[in-house]
Write a protein that binds this ligand. Structure first.
Ligand code: HEC
Ligand code: HEC
Ligand code: HEC
Ligand code: HEC
Length: 366
Protein backbone atom coordinates (compact mmCIF):
# COMPACT_ATOMS: atom_id res chain seq x y z
CA UNK A 1 0.00 0.00 0.00
CA UNK A 2 1.43 3.36 -0.87
CA UNK A 3 1.39 6.54 1.12
CA UNK A 4 -1.58 8.05 -0.76
CA UNK A 5 -3.72 5.08 0.14
CA UNK A 6 -2.74 5.40 3.74
CA UNK A 7 -3.55 9.11 3.69
CA UNK A 8 -6.97 8.41 2.15
CA UNK A 9 -7.69 5.79 4.75
CA UNK A 10 -6.74 8.24 7.47
CA UNK A 11 -9.05 10.83 5.95
CA UNK A 12 -12.02 8.47 5.84
CA UNK A 13 -11.49 7.70 9.51
CA UNK A 14 -11.33 11.41 10.31
CA UNK A 15 -14.51 12.15 8.36
CA UNK A 16 -16.49 9.29 9.86
CA UNK A 17 -17.75 11.63 12.57
CA UNK A 18 -19.25 14.08 10.05
CA UNK A 19 -22.64 13.96 8.37
CA UNK A 20 -22.74 12.12 5.09
CA UNK A 21 -23.22 14.53 2.15
CA UNK A 22 -25.01 15.94 0.22
CA UNK A 23 -26.21 18.95 2.20
CA UNK A 24 -28.43 21.79 0.97
CA UNK A 25 -28.18 25.46 1.92
CA UNK A 26 -31.09 27.88 1.91
CA UNK A 27 -30.47 31.62 2.00
CA UNK A 28 -32.48 33.34 4.75
CA UNK A 29 -31.09 36.85 4.88
CA UNK A 30 -29.46 39.42 2.60
CA UNK A 31 -26.84 38.11 0.22
CA UNK A 32 -23.40 38.22 1.77
CA UNK A 33 -24.61 38.29 5.38
CA UNK A 34 -24.03 34.59 5.88
CA UNK A 35 -27.62 34.07 7.03
CA UNK A 36 -28.20 30.67 5.61
CA UNK A 37 -29.53 27.34 6.81
CA UNK A 38 -27.67 24.12 6.13
CA UNK A 39 -29.88 21.07 5.70
CA UNK A 40 -29.17 17.42 5.15
CA UNK A 41 -32.08 16.08 3.04
CA UNK A 42 -31.57 12.52 4.33
CA UNK A 43 -31.84 13.59 7.99
CA UNK A 44 -34.75 15.88 7.09
CA UNK A 45 -36.72 12.97 5.62
CA UNK A 46 -36.11 10.93 8.78
CA UNK A 47 -37.24 13.90 10.87
CA UNK A 48 -40.42 14.37 8.85
CA UNK A 49 -41.41 10.73 9.34
CA UNK A 50 -40.97 11.13 13.13
CA UNK A 51 -43.13 14.25 13.20
CA UNK A 52 -46.40 13.19 11.60
CA UNK A 53 -49.62 14.14 13.36
CA UNK A 54 -52.30 11.44 13.74
CA UNK A 55 -55.66 11.95 11.96
CA UNK A 56 -58.30 13.76 14.08
CA UNK A 57 -61.26 11.86 15.62
CA UNK A 58 -64.79 12.53 14.29
CA UNK A 59 -66.39 15.47 16.13
CA UNK A 60 -68.89 14.52 18.88
CA UNK A 61 -72.35 16.01 19.48
CA UNK A 62 -72.46 18.93 21.95
CA UNK A 63 -76.10 18.04 22.85
CA UNK A 64 -77.38 16.30 25.95
CA UNK A 65 -76.38 16.55 29.61
CA UNK A 66 -73.00 17.93 30.61
CA UNK A 67 -70.21 15.75 31.98
CA UNK A 68 -70.39 17.61 35.31
CA UNK A 69 -74.05 16.57 35.67
CA UNK A 70 -73.47 12.92 34.84
CA UNK A 71 -70.11 12.11 36.41
CA UNK A 72 -68.96 12.52 39.99
CA UNK A 73 -65.46 13.92 39.83
CA UNK A 74 -65.01 16.10 36.77
CA UNK A 75 -63.19 19.33 37.61
CA UNK A 76 -61.82 20.58 34.30
CA UNK A 77 -63.93 19.22 31.46
CA UNK A 78 -67.33 19.67 33.14
CA UNK A 79 -68.76 21.89 30.39
CA UNK A 80 -68.43 19.24 27.71
CA UNK A 81 -71.39 17.10 26.68
CA UNK A 82 -71.02 13.45 27.66
CA UNK A 83 -70.28 12.55 24.02
CA UNK A 84 -67.58 15.24 23.76
CA UNK A 85 -66.13 14.15 27.10
CA UNK A 86 -65.84 10.53 25.90
CA UNK A 87 -64.16 11.73 22.72
CA UNK A 88 -61.60 13.64 24.83
CA UNK A 89 -60.90 10.51 26.92
CA UNK A 90 -60.35 8.46 23.74
CA UNK A 91 -58.06 11.12 22.27
CA UNK A 92 -56.06 11.36 25.52
CA UNK A 93 -55.68 7.59 25.55
CA UNK A 94 -54.39 7.60 21.94
CA UNK A 95 -51.98 10.44 22.63
CA UNK A 96 -50.57 9.36 25.99
CA UNK A 97 -51.23 5.69 26.69
CA UNK A 98 -52.37 3.76 23.57
CA UNK A 99 -50.76 0.53 24.77
CA UNK A 100 -51.97 0.79 28.38
CA UNK A 101 -55.50 2.10 27.63
CA UNK A 102 -57.93 3.74 30.07
CA UNK A 103 -56.44 1.89 33.05
CA UNK A 104 -53.20 3.84 32.72
CA UNK A 105 -55.05 6.61 34.58
CA UNK A 106 -58.16 4.87 35.91
CA UNK A 107 -59.09 2.40 38.58
CA UNK A 108 -61.32 0.23 36.37
CA UNK A 109 -63.73 -0.43 39.27
CA UNK A 110 -64.38 3.29 39.81
CA UNK A 111 -63.58 5.87 37.15
CA UNK A 112 -64.25 8.75 39.58
CA UNK A 113 -61.46 7.56 41.88
CA UNK A 114 -58.30 9.72 41.96
CA UNK A 115 -56.01 7.14 43.55
CA UNK A 116 -53.71 6.66 40.54
CA UNK A 117 -51.10 9.44 40.34
CA UNK A 118 -51.36 9.37 36.56
CA UNK A 119 -54.93 10.66 36.72
CA UNK A 120 -53.99 13.53 39.03
CA UNK A 121 -51.08 14.40 36.73
CA UNK A 122 -53.33 14.14 33.64
CA UNK A 123 -55.82 16.60 35.16
CA UNK A 124 -53.03 19.07 35.75
CA UNK A 125 -51.80 18.45 32.21
CA UNK A 126 -55.26 19.36 30.89
CA UNK A 127 -55.03 22.71 32.66
CA UNK A 128 -51.44 23.20 31.46
CA UNK A 129 -52.40 22.47 27.84
CA UNK A 130 -55.30 24.93 28.03
CA UNK A 131 -52.96 27.56 29.47
CA UNK A 132 -50.39 27.06 26.71
CA UNK A 133 -53.05 27.49 24.03
CA UNK A 134 -54.79 30.47 25.61
CA UNK A 135 -52.06 32.41 27.43
CA UNK A 136 -49.08 31.71 25.15
CA UNK A 137 -50.44 32.55 21.69
CA UNK A 138 -47.35 34.79 21.41
CA UNK A 139 -45.47 31.52 21.00
CA UNK A 140 -47.79 28.72 19.84
CA UNK A 141 -49.98 31.00 17.64
CA UNK A 142 -53.06 29.22 16.33
CA UNK A 143 -51.11 26.00 15.78
CA UNK A 144 -51.36 25.33 19.51
CA UNK A 145 -50.53 22.07 21.27
CA UNK A 146 -52.29 18.88 22.35
CA UNK A 147 -51.04 16.11 24.63
CA UNK A 148 -49.58 14.49 21.51
CA UNK A 149 -47.21 17.43 20.89
CA UNK A 150 -45.11 16.29 23.86
CA UNK A 151 -46.20 12.68 24.45
CA UNK A 152 -46.29 11.24 20.89
CA UNK A 153 -48.13 8.11 22.05
CA UNK A 154 -45.90 7.53 25.12
CA UNK A 155 -46.71 8.01 28.83
CA UNK A 156 -43.40 9.81 29.36
CA UNK A 157 -42.39 12.38 26.71
CA UNK A 158 -39.14 11.47 24.98
CA UNK A 159 -37.46 14.80 25.71
CA UNK A 160 -37.53 15.95 29.34
CA UNK A 161 -34.78 17.20 31.63
CA UNK A 162 -33.65 16.68 35.22
CA UNK A 163 -30.99 18.50 37.18
CA UNK A 164 -27.71 16.59 37.05
CA UNK A 165 -26.28 15.56 40.39
CA UNK A 166 -23.35 17.77 41.33
CA UNK A 167 -20.38 15.46 41.91
CA UNK A 168 -18.98 15.38 45.45
CA UNK A 169 -16.60 18.22 46.12
CA UNK A 170 -17.87 20.15 43.11
CA UNK A 171 -17.44 23.39 45.00
CA UNK A 172 -14.07 22.70 46.59
CA UNK A 173 -10.74 24.24 45.55
CA UNK A 174 -10.87 22.67 42.10
CA UNK A 175 -13.79 24.98 41.40
CA UNK A 176 -17.29 24.34 40.16
CA UNK A 177 -16.89 22.83 36.75
CA UNK A 178 -20.57 23.40 36.00
CA UNK A 179 -20.66 20.04 34.28
CA UNK A 180 -18.28 21.51 31.76
CA UNK A 181 -15.64 19.88 29.56
CA UNK A 182 -17.60 16.64 29.55
CA UNK A 183 -19.38 16.64 26.18
CA UNK A 184 -23.11 16.36 26.82
CA UNK A 185 -26.07 15.71 24.56
CA UNK A 186 -27.99 18.60 26.13
CA UNK A 187 -25.59 21.07 24.50
CA UNK A 188 -25.05 19.38 21.14
CA UNK A 189 -22.05 17.35 22.40
CA UNK A 190 -20.07 20.52 22.99
CA UNK A 191 -18.10 20.98 26.21
CA UNK A 192 -20.32 23.85 27.38
CA UNK A 193 -22.05 23.78 30.80
CA UNK A 194 -24.38 20.81 30.41
CA UNK A 195 -27.35 22.06 32.42
CA UNK A 196 -28.31 25.33 30.74
CA UNK A 197 -31.89 24.63 31.81
CA UNK A 198 -31.82 25.29 35.57
CA UNK A 199 -30.68 28.91 35.27
CA UNK A 200 -32.81 29.86 32.27
CA UNK A 201 -35.83 27.54 32.03
CA UNK A 202 -36.47 27.37 35.78
CA UNK A 203 -34.68 30.45 37.06
CA UNK A 204 -34.71 33.74 35.21
CA UNK A 205 -31.01 34.42 35.01
CA UNK A 206 -29.78 36.97 32.49
CA UNK A 207 -29.17 35.48 29.04
CA UNK A 208 -27.81 38.64 27.43
CA UNK A 209 -24.04 38.78 27.74
CA UNK A 210 -22.73 41.07 24.99
CA UNK A 211 -21.34 44.45 26.03
CA UNK A 212 -23.44 47.44 25.06
CA UNK A 213 -20.92 50.10 26.03
CA UNK A 214 -17.29 50.61 25.13
CA UNK A 215 -14.57 49.30 27.42
CA UNK A 216 -13.30 49.80 30.06
CA UNK A 217 -16.61 50.64 31.78
CA UNK A 218 -18.33 48.23 29.35
CA UNK A 219 -19.09 44.60 29.97
CA UNK A 220 -19.58 43.11 33.45
CA UNK A 221 -20.53 39.65 32.15
CA UNK A 222 -17.98 36.88 32.59
CA UNK A 223 -16.77 34.37 30.03
CA UNK A 224 -18.41 31.76 32.23
CA UNK A 225 -21.78 33.48 31.89
CA UNK A 226 -21.34 33.62 28.12
CA UNK A 227 -20.70 29.88 28.14
CA UNK A 228 -24.01 29.26 29.93
CA UNK A 229 -25.78 31.36 27.28
CA UNK A 230 -24.07 29.40 24.53
CA UNK A 231 -25.14 26.15 26.20
CA UNK A 232 -28.78 27.25 26.03
CA UNK A 233 -28.34 28.38 22.42
CA UNK A 234 -26.89 24.99 21.44
CA UNK A 235 -29.94 23.33 23.00
CA UNK A 236 -32.31 25.68 21.15
CA UNK A 237 -30.63 25.11 17.78
CA UNK A 238 -30.58 21.37 18.22
CA UNK A 239 -34.18 21.14 19.46
CA UNK A 240 -35.43 23.08 16.44
CA UNK A 241 -33.10 21.46 13.91
CA UNK A 242 -31.73 24.85 12.83
CA UNK A 243 -28.47 26.80 12.78
CA UNK A 244 -27.81 29.92 14.85
CA UNK A 245 -28.63 31.99 11.75
CA UNK A 246 -32.29 30.92 11.87
CA UNK A 247 -32.56 33.65 14.51
CA UNK A 248 -29.35 35.67 14.55
CA UNK A 249 -27.18 37.59 12.18
CA UNK A 250 -23.79 36.49 13.46
CA UNK A 251 -22.41 39.99 12.71
CA UNK A 252 -24.06 40.98 16.01
CA UNK A 253 -25.72 38.21 17.99
CA UNK A 254 -27.31 40.59 20.48
CA UNK A 255 -28.86 43.05 18.03
CA UNK A 256 -32.63 42.62 17.63
CA UNK A 257 -32.72 44.79 14.45
CA UNK A 258 -30.40 42.31 12.77
CA UNK A 259 -32.32 39.25 13.98
CA UNK A 260 -35.05 37.38 12.11
CA UNK A 261 -38.66 36.96 13.39
CA UNK A 262 -38.13 33.46 14.86
CA UNK A 263 -35.85 35.05 17.48
CA UNK A 264 -38.86 36.85 18.94
CA UNK A 265 -40.86 33.58 19.00
CA UNK A 266 -37.90 32.01 20.78
CA UNK A 267 -37.84 34.84 23.34
CA UNK A 268 -41.46 34.07 24.23
CA UNK A 269 -40.69 30.32 24.12
CA UNK A 270 -38.04 30.71 26.83
CA UNK A 271 -40.56 32.51 29.11
CA UNK A 272 -43.25 29.95 28.34
CA UNK A 273 -41.04 26.94 29.13
CA UNK A 274 -40.04 28.63 32.41
CA UNK A 275 -43.67 29.16 33.38
CA UNK A 276 -44.66 25.58 32.48
CA UNK A 277 -41.91 24.27 34.71
CA UNK A 278 -42.58 26.59 37.65
CA UNK A 279 -46.37 26.60 37.63
CA UNK A 280 -47.21 23.11 36.43
CA UNK A 281 -44.31 20.66 36.63
CA UNK A 282 -42.57 21.63 39.91
CA UNK A 283 -45.85 21.62 41.92
CA UNK A 284 -46.38 18.01 40.75
CA UNK A 285 -43.12 16.84 42.36
CA UNK A 286 -44.75 15.11 45.33
CA UNK A 287 -47.51 13.61 43.12
CA UNK A 288 -45.02 11.54 41.12
CA UNK A 289 -43.64 8.29 42.55
CA UNK A 290 -39.91 8.33 43.34
CA UNK A 291 -38.99 6.22 40.30
CA UNK A 292 -40.24 9.00 38.02
CA UNK A 293 -38.04 11.66 39.64
CA UNK A 294 -34.48 12.62 38.68
CA UNK A 295 -31.28 11.62 40.52
CA UNK A 296 -31.66 14.63 42.83
CA UNK A 297 -35.38 14.05 43.42
CA UNK A 298 -36.60 16.74 41.02
CA UNK A 299 -39.57 16.30 38.69
CA UNK A 300 -39.17 15.82 34.91
CA UNK A 301 -39.28 19.22 33.24
CA UNK A 302 -39.98 20.78 29.86
CA UNK A 303 -37.44 22.34 27.48
CA UNK A 304 -37.61 23.33 23.80
CA UNK A 305 -37.11 19.74 22.66
CA UNK A 306 -40.12 18.44 24.65
CA UNK A 307 -42.44 19.99 22.04
CA UNK A 308 -40.18 20.63 19.04
CA UNK A 309 -38.33 17.27 18.85
CA UNK A 310 -36.02 18.47 16.10
CA UNK A 311 -38.57 20.43 14.02
CA UNK A 312 -38.64 24.24 13.61
CA UNK A 313 -42.35 24.00 14.50
CA UNK A 314 -43.58 20.94 16.45
CA UNK A 315 -45.07 18.38 14.01
CA UNK A 316 -44.04 20.86 11.27
CA UNK A 317 -46.92 23.13 12.19
CA UNK A 318 -49.74 20.54 11.94
CA UNK A 319 -52.80 22.21 13.53
CA UNK A 320 -54.06 19.41 15.79
CA UNK A 321 -55.41 21.61 18.56
CA UNK A 322 -58.20 23.18 16.52
CA UNK A 323 -59.97 19.80 16.50
CA UNK A 324 -60.10 19.98 20.32
CA UNK A 325 -61.75 23.24 21.40
CA UNK A 326 -61.76 21.94 24.99
CA UNK A 327 -57.97 22.33 24.97
CA UNK A 328 -58.01 25.86 23.56
CA UNK A 329 -59.58 27.78 26.43
CA UNK A 330 -59.12 27.81 30.13
CA UNK A 331 -62.18 26.14 31.59
CA UNK A 332 -63.85 27.02 34.85
CA UNK A 333 -61.51 29.35 36.75
CA UNK A 334 -61.82 27.07 39.75
CA UNK A 335 -60.13 24.32 37.75
CA UNK A 336 -56.56 25.14 38.72
CA UNK A 337 -57.38 25.44 42.38
CA UNK A 338 -59.45 22.27 42.31
CA UNK A 339 -56.96 20.20 40.37
CA UNK A 340 -55.65 18.66 43.55
CA UNK A 341 -52.26 20.34 43.37
CA UNK A 342 -51.17 23.36 45.34
CA UNK A 343 -49.40 26.24 43.61
CA UNK A 344 -45.65 26.68 43.99
CA UNK A 345 -44.47 26.68 47.61
CA UNK A 346 -41.12 28.00 48.85
CA UNK A 347 -40.16 24.37 49.36
CA UNK A 348 -40.65 23.63 45.66
CA UNK A 349 -38.28 26.43 44.90
CA UNK A 350 -35.47 24.70 46.77
CA UNK A 351 -34.32 23.64 43.35
CA UNK A 352 -33.36 27.19 42.54
CA UNK A 353 -30.91 27.33 45.42
CA UNK A 354 -28.76 24.77 43.69
CA UNK A 355 -28.07 27.26 40.90
CA UNK A 356 -24.38 27.17 40.05
CA UNK A 357 -22.60 30.07 41.70
CA UNK A 358 -21.12 31.13 38.36
CA UNK A 359 -24.59 32.02 37.15
CA UNK A 360 -26.09 33.57 40.26
CA UNK A 361 -23.18 35.79 41.23
CA UNK A 362 -22.33 38.68 38.93
CA UNK A 363 -18.78 38.63 37.69
CA UNK A 364 -16.31 40.78 39.56
CA UNK A 365 -15.57 43.94 37.59
CA UNK A 366 -12.27 44.24 35.83
C1 HEC B 1 -54.09 10.08 30.48
C2 HEC B 1 -55.01 9.78 31.56
C3 HEC B 1 -56.40 9.29 31.20
C4 HEC B 1 -56.74 8.29 30.34
C5 HEC B 1 -55.81 7.41 29.51
C6 HEC B 1 -58.17 8.16 30.42
N1 HEC B 1 -58.68 9.07 31.31
FE1 HEC B 1 -60.65 9.24 31.87
N2 HEC B 1 -60.14 10.78 33.12
C7 HEC B 1 -58.89 11.34 33.23
C8 HEC B 1 -58.98 12.54 34.03
C9 HEC B 1 -57.81 13.48 34.37
C10 HEC B 1 -60.34 12.69 34.40
C11 HEC B 1 -60.93 13.84 35.20
C12 HEC B 1 -61.21 15.00 34.24
C13 HEC B 1 -61.64 16.28 34.92
O1 HEC B 1 -61.44 16.44 36.13
O2 HEC B 1 -62.16 17.19 34.20
C14 HEC B 1 -61.04 11.54 33.83
C15 HEC B 1 -62.37 11.26 34.03
C16 HEC B 1 -63.07 10.22 33.45
C17 HEC B 1 -64.45 9.88 33.73
C18 HEC B 1 -65.37 10.55 34.73
C19 HEC B 1 -65.48 9.69 35.96
C20 HEC B 1 -66.28 10.35 37.10
O3 HEC B 1 -67.34 9.84 37.49
O4 HEC B 1 -65.83 11.40 37.60
C21 HEC B 1 -64.77 8.84 32.90
C22 HEC B 1 -66.11 8.14 32.79
C23 HEC B 1 -63.59 8.51 32.14
N3 HEC B 1 -62.58 9.36 32.51
C24 HEC B 1 -63.52 7.51 31.19
C25 HEC B 1 -62.36 7.15 30.51
C26 HEC B 1 -62.30 6.10 29.51
C27 HEC B 1 -63.48 5.25 29.07
C28 HEC B 1 -61.02 6.03 29.09
C29 HEC B 1 -60.42 5.12 28.02
C30 HEC B 1 -61.03 5.26 26.69
C31 HEC B 1 -60.27 7.03 29.82
N4 HEC B 1 -61.11 7.69 30.67
C32 HEC B 1 -58.91 7.23 29.67
C33 HEC B 1 -57.70 10.83 32.71
C34 HEC B 1 -57.63 9.79 31.80
C1 HEC C 1 -45.55 20.68 27.16
C2 HEC C 1 -45.43 19.23 27.13
C3 HEC C 1 -46.59 18.40 27.65
C4 HEC C 1 -47.91 18.43 27.26
C5 HEC C 1 -48.56 19.36 26.24
C6 HEC C 1 -48.57 17.38 27.99
N1 HEC C 1 -47.68 16.74 28.80
FE1 HEC C 1 -48.09 15.16 30.03
N2 HEC C 1 -46.15 15.18 30.71
C7 HEC C 1 -45.19 16.09 30.33
C8 HEC C 1 -44.01 15.88 31.13
C9 HEC C 1 -42.71 16.66 31.00
C10 HEC C 1 -44.30 14.82 32.03
C11 HEC C 1 -43.41 14.21 33.10
C12 HEC C 1 -42.81 12.97 32.58
C13 HEC C 1 -42.79 11.85 33.59
O1 HEC C 1 -43.85 11.24 33.81
O2 HEC C 1 -41.72 11.58 34.13
C14 HEC C 1 -45.67 14.40 31.73
C15 HEC C 1 -46.31 13.36 32.39
C16 HEC C 1 -47.62 12.97 32.13
C17 HEC C 1 -48.28 11.86 32.77
C18 HEC C 1 -47.65 10.90 33.79
C19 HEC C 1 -47.05 9.76 33.01
C20 HEC C 1 -46.37 8.70 33.82
O3 HEC C 1 -46.57 7.52 33.50
O4 HEC C 1 -45.63 9.04 34.75
C21 HEC C 1 -49.55 11.79 32.25
C22 HEC C 1 -50.62 10.79 32.59
C23 HEC C 1 -49.69 12.89 31.32
N3 HEC C 1 -48.50 13.58 31.27
C24 HEC C 1 -50.83 13.17 30.60
C25 HEC C 1 -50.97 14.25 29.72
C26 HEC C 1 -52.22 14.59 29.08
C27 HEC C 1 -53.52 13.84 29.22
C28 HEC C 1 -51.96 15.70 28.32
C29 HEC C 1 -52.93 16.51 27.47
C30 HEC C 1 -54.12 16.98 28.13
C31 HEC C 1 -50.55 16.03 28.49
N4 HEC C 1 -49.99 15.13 29.35
C32 HEC C 1 -49.91 17.10 27.87
C33 HEC C 1 -45.30 17.02 29.31
C34 HEC C 1 -46.47 17.34 28.64
C1 HEC D 1 -34.59 29.85 17.77
C2 HEC D 1 -33.90 31.13 17.83
C3 HEC D 1 -32.44 31.13 18.24
C4 HEC D 1 -31.43 30.31 17.81
C5 HEC D 1 -31.50 29.15 16.82
C6 HEC D 1 -30.23 30.77 18.46
N1 HEC D 1 -30.52 31.85 19.27
FE1 HEC D 1 -29.18 32.95 20.34
N2 HEC D 1 -30.70 34.05 21.15
C7 HEC D 1 -32.04 33.89 20.86
C8 HEC D 1 -32.82 34.72 21.76
C9 HEC D 1 -34.32 34.81 21.82
C10 HEC D 1 -31.90 35.42 22.59
C11 HEC D 1 -32.23 36.41 23.70
C12 HEC D 1 -32.68 35.67 24.92
C13 HEC D 1 -33.21 36.56 26.02
O1 HEC D 1 -32.80 37.73 26.12
O2 HEC D 1 -34.02 36.08 26.81
C14 HEC D 1 -30.58 34.98 22.16
C15 HEC D 1 -29.37 35.44 22.72
C16 HEC D 1 -28.12 35.06 22.29
C17 HEC D 1 -26.89 35.62 22.76
C18 HEC D 1 -26.77 36.76 23.78
C19 HEC D 1 -26.90 38.04 23.02
C20 HEC D 1 -26.69 39.26 23.92
O3 HEC D 1 -27.46 40.22 23.80
O4 HEC D 1 -25.75 39.23 24.70
C21 HEC D 1 -25.87 34.99 22.11
C22 HEC D 1 -24.39 35.26 22.28
C23 HEC D 1 -26.46 33.99 21.24
N3 HEC D 1 -27.83 34.07 21.37
C24 HEC D 1 -25.74 33.11 20.45
C25 HEC D 1 -26.32 32.09 19.70
C26 HEC D 1 -25.56 31.04 19.04
C27 HEC D 1 -24.05 30.95 19.03
C28 HEC D 1 -26.47 30.21 18.45
C29 HEC D 1 -26.21 28.90 17.68
C30 HEC D 1 -25.50 27.89 18.45
C31 HEC D 1 -27.79 30.75 18.73
N4 HEC D 1 -27.65 31.88 19.51
C32 HEC D 1 -28.98 30.20 18.29
C33 HEC D 1 -32.56 33.07 19.88
C34 HEC D 1 -31.86 32.09 19.18
C1 HEC E 1 -45.42 23.67 24.65
C2 HEC E 1 -44.75 23.34 23.42
C3 HEC E 1 -43.58 24.21 23.00
C4 HEC E 1 -42.42 24.45 23.72
C5 HEC E 1 -42.04 23.96 25.11
C6 HEC E 1 -41.61 25.29 22.87
N1 HEC E 1 -42.26 25.55 21.69
FE1 HEC E 1 -41.56 26.67 20.13
N2 HEC E 1 -43.31 26.40 19.12
C7 HEC E 1 -44.37 25.64 19.55
C8 HEC E 1 -45.43 25.68 18.55
C9 HEC E 1 -46.77 24.95 18.64
C10 HEC E 1 -44.98 26.51 17.50
C11 HEC E 1 -45.70 26.85 16.19
C12 HEC E 1 -46.26 28.26 16.22
C13 HEC E 1 -46.70 28.73 14.85
O1 HEC E 1 -47.32 27.97 14.12
O2 HEC E 1 -46.36 29.87 14.50
C14 HEC E 1 -43.64 26.95 17.90
C15 HEC E 1 -42.85 27.82 17.13
C16 HEC E 1 -41.56 28.20 17.47
C17 HEC E 1 -40.73 29.08 16.67
C18 HEC E 1 -41.14 29.74 15.35
C19 HEC E 1 -40.83 28.80 14.23
C20 HEC E 1 -40.95 29.42 12.86
O3 HEC E 1 -40.37 28.83 11.94
O4 HEC E 1 -41.63 30.46 12.72
C21 HEC E 1 -39.53 29.20 17.32
C22 HEC E 1 -38.31 29.98 16.86
C23 HEC E 1 -39.61 28.41 18.53
N3 HEC E 1 -40.86 27.82 18.58
C24 HEC E 1 -38.58 28.29 19.45
C25 HEC E 1 -38.72 27.64 20.69
C26 HEC E 1 -37.69 27.64 21.69
C27 HEC E 1 -36.32 28.28 21.55
C28 HEC E 1 -38.18 26.93 22.75
C29 HEC E 1 -37.53 26.65 24.09
C30 HEC E 1 -37.03 27.79 24.83
C31 HEC E 1 -39.53 26.51 22.40
N4 HEC E 1 -39.81 26.96 21.14
C32 HEC E 1 -40.35 25.76 23.23
C33 HEC E 1 -44.43 24.91 20.73
C34 HEC E 1 -43.46 24.90 21.72
Amino acid sequence: MNRIHLALMGLSVLLAGCERPPVDTVQRGYRGTGMEQVYNPRLLAEQAANNEAPAPLEPASPDGPKASQVYQNVQVLGNQSVAEFSRTMVAMTNWVAPKQGCVHCHNAANFADDSLYTKVVARRMLVMTQKINSDWKSHVAKTGVTCFTCHRGEPVPKEVWFQPLMPKGANDFAGNKAGQNAPADSVGLSSLPNDPFTPFLLGDENIRVAGTEALPAGNRQSTKQAEWTYGLMMHMSKSLGVNCTQCHNTRSLGSWENSSPPRLSAWHGIRMARELNLEHMVPLTSTFPANRLGPGGDVAKVNCATCHQGAHKPLYGAEMAKHHPELLMTAMPAATAASGVATVTPDDLKALETLPAAVTKPAAPG
